[in-house]
Write a protein that binds this ligand. Structure first.
Ligand code: ZN
Length: 249
């Protein structure tokens, strides 16, 4: 018994539970959650997962006053983060999503069988199956549509630029819209199918051009611009609205 107590006394005491406070940001009340972290050496702030407030990570022994001071000096950053936050679009019956830059309404058919049907004219996407599976069925369909569009665009540019790719992957990559490996594998984010067509087209031109020029040299950009004159607009679009493509899920 004595031995056990001696042992547990040497162990670090458990971290106190997170503290939540209301924080007044100009005239807006936001929720601030203070979380102590054993490995934290300084204060860090991030938007909460649902975008409604902030989470501050703080060192184990830092005082709450110091944490509140850090929040105060981070006000302008927080205001910007709130403006930039993206409302999450939940995939559900009746929800509006953007496909190739055009708003579409998701319509659950209620039928157990059948394929996802895209009605471009009435801007509806009919999704069969149980409600619990709607999200996965629609996401699978969007990924397949993306793979199709990206294959068409990549093949077009490969022909025009006299380049060859070996394989094409479509994934949910967070940090990049596309990439090109030295052994000729093109990888893209499926979310590009949500963007206007000229944006997907540009990303394909960009990655295919890397098959010829594995860099961002003047020669590379000349090649991209020669075959895809809309590149500049597409780059601007991605800079301004690209993060919105991650709002669906
Ligand atoms: Zn590049």
């Amino acid at each position: 018994m004595r031995l056990l107590r001696a042992f547990s006394a040497r162990k670090a005491s458990p971290l106190p539970p997170p503290v939540t406070e209301q924080f007044l940001l100009e005239d807006q009340q936001v929720t601030m959650t203070f979380k102590r972290h054993a490995a934290a050496r300084r204060f860090t702030l991030r938007l909460s997962r649902d975008g409604s407030g902030f989470v501050m990570t703080m060192p184990r022994r830092a005082s709450m006053d110091a944490a509140r001071d850090f929040a105060r000096i981070s006000e302008s950053w927080m205001r910007k983060a709130l403006v930039k936050r993206i409302a999450k679009v939940e995939i559900a019956d009746g929800a509006v999503i953007v496909l190739r830059g055009v708003e579409h309404t998701i319509a659950a058919t209620g039928k157990s069988r059948g394929l996802v049907v895209h009605d471009a004219e009435s801007r509806l996407i009919h999704v069969p199956g149980q409600p619990a599976h709607l999200k996965r069925r629609l996401t699978d369909w969007l990924k397949a549509e993306a793979a199709h569009d990206l294959d068409v665009a990549s093949t077009k540019y490969a022909k025009a630029m006299e380049a060859k790719f070996r394989k094409l992957n479509v994934r949910d990559q967070k940090s990049r819209w596309g990439s090109c490996s030295s052994d000729g594998v093109l990888s893209y984010s499926w979310r590009l199918v949500l963007a206007p067509a000229f944006v997907l087209d540009y990303v394909a031109a960009h990655e295919v051009a890397h098959l010829r020029e594995m860099n961002h040299s003047t020669r590379f950009w000349r090649l991209v611009l020669k075959h895809c004159p809309d590149s500049r607009n597409a780059k601007t679009w991605l800079k301004l609205y690209g993060s919105k493509l991650h709002a669906l899920g």
